[in-house]
Design a protein around this ligand. Structure first.
Ligand SMILES: [Zn+2]
Length: 232
């Protein structure tokens, strides 16, 4: 089913204001200033929570050159920096970086991992958790990189994402899929990383004469290098 596939490769970032601000592959204003982030689970079994944390910590694995950050499980989930829900009907989404502090409602989720279940395969679990935690530490979608140069078949994308389970408006599609950050306003890696965990999986039918982009279930070398530059 095409729609089942769509569900696996799209997420919405929550940007609270519509105005463009300095952001890019990483949102400069949304980078955390502290080195230890508390992660609170508003739901989920301890087994599921541990699986999420263990997976998310691939971003901060010192042996692999990752971010100099620590994810600490919060004793009081409602006051954690990153607050996670597992609403199966809510899809997967996250606030970007410190928007979790400045824009999310107190005690409410800052991330939903609707597709990260105890029975999910390691690959699909990692794909969702790594991507959403990338947002949580300030990263944006790689396909919006100014140098991505993707030739969209917009009508096809509107049709695919406008239906269930996403039901996205054109405006939401424009924002999450087609936006390209102006190069003079962004913080970005020098080249677009087409194997980044932060890029959507893009079926070839969404593109005009370009190959599709396969799903990723691991951090690319570019992801690790870039996040280390941001959190060093
Ligand atoms: Zn995303």
């Amino acid at each position: 089913m095409a729609n089942d596939a769509v569900m696996e490769w799209v997420c919405k970032t929550l940007i609270p204001d519509e105005d463009f601000r300095t952001r890019g592959v990483a949102d400069k204003k949304a980078l955390w200033k502290k080195k230890e982030l508390t992660v609170g689970f508003l739901q989920g079994s301890s087994k599921l929570q541990d699986r999420v944390l263990e997976t998310a910590r691939r971003w901060t694995n010192p042996d692999e050159g990752g971010a100099l950050l620590k994810f600490i499980k919060a004793a009081d989930p409602a006051s954690a920096d990153i607050r996670i829900a597992f609403d199966p009907a809510g899809g997967s989404w996250s606030y970007v970086g410190t928007d979790a502090v400045t824009s999310a409602k107190k005690g409410q989720p800052t991330m939903n991992l609707g597709w990260a279940t105890e029975t999910a395969s390691d690959k699909s679990f990692a794909s969702v958790v790594l991507h959403e935690f990338g947002h949580a530490i300030g990263l944006l979608h790689e396909h919006n990189h100014p140098m991505a140069n993707l030739k969209w078949k917009k009508d096809v994308v509107y049709a695919d994402l406008g239906g269930p389970p996403n039901d996205w408006s054109k405006k939401t599609v424009d924002f999450n899929v087609f936006e390209s950050y102006p190069p003079n306003r962004v913080v970005m890696s020098p080249n677009v990383d087409l194997v980044s965990i932060m890029i959507y999986t893009i079926p070839s039918r969404w593109l005009d004469g370009q190959p599709g982009i396969m799903p990723s279930d691991h951090l690319s070398k570019g992801d690790i290098k870039f996040i280390r530059q941001l959190y060093t």
